[in-house]
Design a protein around this ligand. Sequence first.
Ligand code: C2E
Ligand code: CA
Ligand code: CA
Ligand code: CA
Length: 279
Amino acid sequence: AKEKGRGLVQFYESHWQQEKEEKLRLDAKLRQALAGHRLDVHYQPIVDSSNGLPVAFEALVRWNDSEEGMIPPFKFIPVAESSGLIREVDLEVLRMVVEDIRQWQQAFGGDLPFTVAINLSAIELSADHVDRLTEVIRSSGVAHRLELEITESLMMQDTEESVKLIRQIKAAGIAKLAIDDFGTGYSSMGYLKRFKVDKLKIDQSLVRDIDHDPSDRAIARAIVALGKALDLTVVAEGVETETHQGLLCKEGVPLLQGYLFARPMPGEDVVGWVKERRR
Ligand code: C2E
Ligand code: CA
Ligand code: CA
Ligand code: CA
């Protein structure tokens, strides 16, 4: 039995070792992709639930590797978060989004009729990272068309320092600050006011089963009520079916996002998609 036990330990150790090596490999590869500007961004519309018109797009990072093909965010974002490389990813996404917004503005012959939301990783905010982000936002000329999505876990680092840093980003002139995956973490809600939040995104795990889980529906209803009380707008994400749409409309959710309306699309397709819808 002792022999067997040792074998098992060795098995786990080598498995753990393999995972660690795989993470290091992916991280090094991502570093190269960043240096070569080979990441891209796709955009998914967020529509007004009353008329289906797009009011915003969410920018989602894409990594198409020449050898491995599309590497999905759920594979490399956690790796980049543990190494800290996610900061460079978020900054690169911000730069790409600013560039795309400028091009779309030319295509529209003026200011855009929508905003663009960027995801900011939930790892600890540092002053120098926030300085770099605000510098790009401030000098972009399109700050008023940018939104920032941050997760509840970031908000829960409710320290004077993080309040100061989030307010610094808002002061760079962004349109909105949104809380991503809202309703999945447990928190005091007091932070909503302190961080000057503008928008709540109901997590897709609450939307998925909303047609047969009364408690998910009750949570959605409560989030809408909270939004009304605090003057925050509310988005439901992961809207896949007309049943989802119908129920969320009935609960008074003003904004919807999900495959029902569109999958994330390349930047080149955004202007055409918007023009088609607004006809
Ligand atoms: P998220 O911020 O919650 O983004 C929504 C995710 O749900 C996206 O996955 C989107 O493609 C997917 N989605 C949209 N509509 C539907 C739907 O109707 N059904 C289902 N099942 N899924 C839907 P994606 O692009 O794979 O991104 C996954 C996560 O990776 C994001 O979740 C976000 O946490 C992270 N992420 C993506 N881009 C960035 C980025 O530039 N920076 C950072 N820090 N994180 C990012
Ligand atoms: Ca998001
Ligand atoms: Ca989300
Ligand atoms: Ca692009």
